[in-house]
Design a binder for this molecule. Structure first.
Ligand code: GTP
Length: 604
């Protein structure tokens, strides 16, 4: 197929706007997947990050469809911020994007950050207004919002009802007419972008690639270009032989070679997902190698760290094996042994964000049958002890020495996009999280972009939720790590019943240490269950107790401390109690539930 006949695209859509239904319709109308198959197994393309992380079903990530003499390839990509890298990586593999908007709801905030990523990648956007069959559909309003919020001309937006199969042909025709064909040359050295991968226990890692230049064939010797820059993974193999290659329709259709502009899969006996990371460029070995990698590769960086401890200490070996297995499939998880007097032995693990952390903990528990407690998450810090001029990286607050220690913390450059009406509330929020305003400008009629430099520690907790709740759900954000900055920071410990609980140590700013301490012990008082005896909860800064609370002794009624008889909360609590000692860690004489370690995170 000539390159002019190829079209590659992703779909950007808010959850529930009909992305999966629409994808299925496209597969059906183009005869890619027979209607009967779609009916009993609806929604072929789905990249819900949690599902994908769990690999419950390896759903298709891309599908090539025939439309006339054209070949349209659709790549699916997820929406959550922890996985925004996947969106940019998918965006790097295509030329266009469908922006699907629910006619009854209009443009929703989460889509905006994906739109930004798509525009940054230089994609052509095609607006699609779906669910026009609904009585509540307001097409004019949806058009208006696309124009004002996204800044796209929506006068010729495609109107569809994925449910009833309306407008699907028009959509395919518009894709062909309005999205650009790929460019590239088969005569140049091979450059193929790895935009996704998964681990298959039989064949090794399956890579999803987009060929940009050159041709890749079966039996070719290939190498990942990131190797040249990588320092950490000295044990990565340098050469692979392609042992299978093909298109995705959406099942694998083997072929002999992939040409520029084409999207497909390949396997090459790759053992670990991290050996050929997503975002990497493949080229041929030897003299035919490309000189430059394609843009888009950054080593995946763990930003959130926590200790994972088995509630039953004899599970430590199983936990180690489980983490090793997970790392084969997910190159972004890091781990190293960790132990403390209070928490026992476990592993200090690094994650892309809190969602990634939660998903991984859940996988470890459900797939590997482990019962774990995670310590309070933290970012990493650089520390310098007195008399030394070396900076050391630590990802665990409880190892920071007391006394005179200089501490640097990571900062992020945060871009917030919001409506004019919410600027005040969002600025207050960023201010309260120690943010420095760097830029503020209008983009579009009443949309404003705020740029902040903000400590990563303030960001990774609940900043995203806080932004949503202060903007009626309508602001979106993106961030990238800027670098380290020294601040007046101190390690704060928590003592429960006189015993230091390492897993609850945090790093706080001197200016807010006292209020943070008071807030944390209050919170802990609420989530640590009563014991048979009176329990003190203290926040300790540099050896001094700065805040203190008491948990009074046990009473039978576990729901007693629920304020206002909130039925839901009561139910949850009772369920927790029914689950017995699950997810509790015994520290000295007191059992501390998982909830306590996470309580410190939410909403100061
Ligand atoms: P996530 O997978 O959660 O991201 O959702 P999605 O965007 O893929 O949406 P999905 O296709 O699962 O559709 C969400 C709901 O909207 C389902 O109940 C669909 O049946 C319904 N739906 C999708 N398209 C249409 C449409 O054109 N009209 C109507 N009335 N309902 C639709």
């Amino acid at each position: 197929v000539a390159m002019e006949a190829l079209r590659n695209l992703i779909i950007i859509a808010h959850i529930d706007s009909g992305k999966s239904t629409l994808s299925d319709r496209l597969l059906q109308i183009t005869g890619t997947v027979p209607a009967e198959q779609l009916q009993d197994r609806t929604q072929f393309l789905d990249s819900n990050p949690i599902e994908r992380q769990r690999q419950i079903t390896i759903k298709a990530r891309a599908a090539r469809m025939k439309w006339g003499h054209h070949r349209i390839t659709l790549i699916d990509c997820p929406g959550h911020h922890d996985f925004s890298r996947q969106v940019s990586q998918s965006a790097g593999a295509v030329e266009g994007a469908l922006l699907v908007v629910d006619a009854s709801k209009g443009v929703q905030a989460q889509t905006l950050s994906s739109v930004e990523l798509a525009l940054e990648a230089g994609l052509e956007l095609l607006p699609v207004i779906n669910k026009i069959d609904l009585p509540t559909a307001d097409i004019d309003n949806a058009r208006d919002q696309i124009e004002h919020l996204v800044g796209l001309d929506a006068s010729d937006a495609i109107l569809t009802s994925a449910k009833q199969g309306i407008g699907i042909e028009q959509l395919l025709n518009a894709v062909v007419a309005r999205l650009p064909a790929p460019q590239g040359s088969p005569h140049k050295p091979l450059q193929a972008l790895v935009f996704d991968s998964y681990y298959d226990s039989y064949r090794g890692v399956v890579l999803f690639v987009r060929v940009v230049n050159g041709v890749v064939r079966r039996a070719d010797r290939i190498t990942p270009m990131s190797l040249a820059e990588s320092k950490e993974h000295l044990d990565r193999p340098t050469e692979y032989v392609v042992d299978s290659i093909g298109f995705l329709e959406p099942h694998e259709v083997p072929c002999n070679q992939l040409h520029p502009g084409e999207i497909g899969y390949l396997t090459a006996a790759i053992k670990r997902v991290g050996d050929v990371p997503v975002g990497d460029t493949l080229t041929h070995c030897g003299d035919d190698a490309a000189e430059q990698a394609l843009p888009g590769y950054e080593p995946s960086r763990a930003v959130v760290f926590c200790g994972l401890f088995p509630t039953d200490s004899s599970d430590i070996t199983s936990l180690h094996v489980a983490l090793q297995k997970l790392q084969l499939q997910d190159g972004s998880i890091t781990f190293e042994p960790d132990s403390s007097a209070a928490m026992g032995t476990g592993f200090r693990c690094g994650f892309l964000g809190l969602l990634h952390m939660a998903v991984t903990q859940e996988r470890l528990e459900t797939e590997f049958g482990l019962d774990l407690v995670a310590s309070t998450p933290s970012v990493s810090y650089m520390i310098q002890t007195q008399g030394s001029d070396e900076w050391t990286l630590v990802s665990n607050p409880s190892v920071i020495p007391h006394g005179h220690v200089k501490i640097q913390e990571p900062y992020a450059r945060v871009e917030i996009i919001c409506n004019q009406d919410h600027v005040g509330a969002l600025m207050d929020l960023a201010q309260s999280r120690r943010g420095d305003l760097k830029d503020q400008r209008y983009i579009g009629l009443d949309r404003v972009k705020l740029v902040y430099s903000l400590p990563l520690a303030e960001l990774v907790t609940d900043f995203h939720d806080a932004i949503k709740s202060r903007s009626a759900g309508f602001a979106s954000m993106n961030y990238e790590i800027e670098g380290m900055r020294q601040n007046r920071l101190k390690r704060m410990d928590i003592h429960v019943a006189g015993e230091q609980v390492d897993g609850l140590s945090t790093v706080v700013h001197e200016d807010s240490a006292f209020s943070d301490g008071r807030w944390i012990v209050k919170k802990l008082k609420d989530v640590i269950p009563r014991q048979m005896f009176k329990v003190s909860v203290q926040a300790v800064l540099g050896g001094k107790i700065i805040a203190s609370e008491h948990i009074s002794p046990f009473r039978k009624d576990v729901t007693a401390k629920c304020y206002g008889g909130d039925a839901n909360r009561k139910k949850k609590l009772l369920k927790k109690q029914a689950e017995g000692k699950k997810r509790m860690k015994s520290i000295g004489r007191v059992t501390i539930p998982q909830e306590a370690f996470l309580a410190i995170l939410s909403g100061k």
